[in-house]
Design a protein around this ligand. Structure first.
Ligand code: AMP
Ligand code: MG
Length: 391
């Protein structure tokens, strides 16, 4: 049994960022990490652009200007503009080359084709110069950037349609257990609904991992072996749920050993999630997660998600950790470190009721996990606690 910090370190040591690069359309690149710097193919804005609805002025010394025309966003004319002349202009429209400045419409009075200024003007006001945001050939986003919604918008403003990103891993989820039936069926005595697959795939989806395939296997040695063997051949990451504990019908550990995976650790000094198993074989990473739903999800957030993010090229791949003041009293029994479902609000953290590893309600309401190291046995209100934010 390894301590939590050691288990985290072992995962970190063994997981390497992928070197595989794929080209994706920008619209499908949400959550991927850039594998190369992106250079802007254009100036942005591409032309001298009005930042306001108002008037482009041919000079700045006069108080009264003759209104001689109009330029709208999208127009491609470049009307002549002399000293003492003004042109009606709108936000986003190209500013005539000869315009000295743009004045907001709120700051003028217009009477019979005369534009009368209410205050003096400065040269080049309310004009976005061509290339103000970025010039053609400059670096728009650097290698290592995680593409978010704004990043997608930004690349689209530059007319970029495809980018090179690090490949995200393909993932198999294998649920083990004779007792498990899909939520659409009627339960017979002794059966329960299979919930880990949909829960884990939803947690994966939240963090942008959607290349996921599902398998279900009975508690039977041969079947367990062959499904795990196939998954190791086909997927980058294999997540197994259940069957990794010490019961007579828990065949996952034996199957993995007989498949000669490289076992890195089995059992972590933690609650929930003691029977966590971490291994690698060929180029596949294997996590066998305990079947109890809350244990499974805890192990997912603490070990699996950072590993997946690291593989995918994230530089900060751990969940964010903070400290926060406890609202709660809690007694820890036993020596293992604990991860407690908690609610973090206004810098204060409440440990939720219902921490058993078979229970999910507290997890459904949690936005954080409180980490109690092995040596802590009692939490009092006002104590400062280590908190892991959930995505
Ligand atoms: P195991 O780790 O296989 O011993 O399972 C521990 C507990 O978790 C048992 O009560 C199982 O019925 C339950 N369990 C295992 N797998 C799942 C699953 N996929 N969905 C819901 N409960 C599960
Ligand atoms: Mg089982």
């Amino acid at each position: 049994m390894v301590p939590v910090e050691k288990a985290l370190q072992l995962v970190d040591n063994r997981i390497k960022p992928t070197q595989e690069i794929v080209t994706l359309s920008v619209s499908n690149s949400l959550g991927f990490v850039l594998a190369k710097d992106i250079l802007s193919p254009i100036n942005m804005p591409p032309f001298r652009q009005s930042a306001m609805d108002g008037y482009a002025l041919g000079s700045i010394e006069e108080k009264t200007f003759s209104l001689i025309g109009e330029v709208q966003a999208g127009d491609d004319e470049d009307p002549e503009l002399k000293k003492g002349e003004a042109i009606r202009i709108f936000t986003g429209a190209p500013v005539p080359s000869e315009a000295k400045t743009v004045i907001m419409q709120e700051k003028v009075e217009v009477i019979a084709n005369k534009v009368i200024l209410q205050e003096s003007v400065k040269p080049n006001a309310n004009i976005r110069p061509a290339g103000e945001q970025i010039k053609q050939g400059e670096v728009a986003l650097t290698k290592g950037t995680i593409i978010n919604a704004a990043g997608i918008g930004y690349l689209a403003t530059l007319g970029i349609t495809h980018i090179e990103v690090y490949k995200k891993p393909s993932i198999a989820i294998i649920a083990t257990g004779n007792e498990l039936v899909p939520p659409s069926q009627k339960l017979k005595h002794g059966q329960i609904y299979e919930s880990n697959s949909v829960m884990l795939s939803s947690a994966l989806k939240t963090s942008g991992f959607v290349n996921v395939s599902f398998y279900k296997v009975e508690d039977e040695y041969q079947a367990t072996c062959s499904i795990i063997e196939k998954a190791i051949q086909q997927y980058d990451v294999v997540l197994i749920s259940g069957g990794i504990s010490v019961g007579d019908y828990d065949f996952v550990g034996k199957a993995l050993r007989d498949l000669q995976v490289d076992e890195i650790f089995y059992k972590v000094k933690q609650k929930p999630g003691k029977p966590l198993y971490f291994a690698q074989k060929d180029n596949t990473t294997i996590f066998a997660l305990p079947g109890n739903p809350a244990s499974s999800l805890s192990c997912f957030y603490i070990y699996v998600l950072p590993a997946l993010q690291k593989i995918s090229g994230h530089q900060d791949y751990h969940l964010t950790r903070t400290t926060s003041i406890s609202n709660s009293e809690y007694s820890k029994k036993g020596e293992r470190a604990e991860f407690l479902k908690a609610s973090l609000k206004n810098d204060k953290v409440t440990i939720l009721d219902g921490q058993a590893s078979s229970m999910l309600r507290s997890f459904a309401l949690a936005n954080a996990l409180v980490y109690l190291p092995e040596e802590v046995s009692k939490v009092n209100p006002g104590d400062r606690l280590l908190v892991i934010n959930l995505p």
